[in-house]
Design a protein around this ligand. Structure first.
Ligand code: FE
Length: 211
């Protein structure tokens, strides 16, 4: 048994916060247990908050907006002209996303969103930001070498398509409207929603091609 799994695991565990498990899900669970044990949070309240951001405010809200933009030209035009007003009229804006700008991907331009300073993100549309969005590496590198970073997400853009990087702030958050996928011609907005991925609305992915 020259190389067991434990040996490999230890290579990743030399950092100072190794008290918490390295797996994010376990880490969250450990933190939650700690907070509940200390009486800082009520587990029912915590579940309600998580449920709210995962199931009610999650990326499917943004996905519905995108699917509607694909199928309703007037809505898309309004969204691109003034996303804040258009979304506010639908009751879709709120905390951590009062001012939103929508940017549309085309064969000529691919848009990608970052917050170079911290992790500003359109919460009401996309839910909780993914861990990588908050990472130093993403925030620094996507500005310097966007194509390379996107390739690491599995997104190889055609040479002729320009990449535009949008830097979010506490004032302005961005929503990418990805290109409507091939093979989705017959689908209505409802059916299209499920093919709009979270990453496609950040710009680190594309909408999925319907299976
Ligand atoms: Fe930020």
């Amino acid at each position: 048994m020259p190389h067991d799994h434990h040996h490999h695991d230890h290579d990743h565990d030399h950092d100072a916060h190794a008290l918490l498990p390295s797996d994010p899900a376990l880490r969250v669970k450990a933190l939650e247990t700690l907070l509940v044990d200390k009486g800082y949070v009520d587990p029912a309240a915590m579940d309600a908050i998580l449920d709210f951001y995962q199931n009610k405010v999650g990326p499917q809200i943004g996905a519905r907006v995108v699917a509607r933009a694909w199928t309703d030209p007037a809505f898309k035009a309004a969204l691109l002209a003034d996303a804040s007003a258009t979304l506010a009229a639908e009751g879709l804006l709120g905390r951590q996303g009062e001012h939103v700008v929508a940017v549309e991907n085309t064969p000529e331009v691919h848009n990608v969103v970052v917050c170079t300073l911290c992790s500003c993100y359109p919460w009401p549309l996309l839910g909780i930001p993914p861990t990588w969005y908050k990472s130093d590496a993403y925030r620094a590198r996507v500005v310097r070498e966007p194509r390379r970073v996107l390739a690491e997400f599995g997104l190889d853009l055609p040479e002729g398509q320009a990449v535009r990087v949008w830097d979010s702030t506490a004032e302005i958050r961005y929503l990418v409207i990805p290109m409507r996928p091939e093979g989705s011609e017959g689908l209505d907005a409802e059916a299209l929603t499920r093919w709009v991925t979270r990453n496609s609305m950040i710009g680190t992915g594309l909408a999925e091609r319907p299976a």
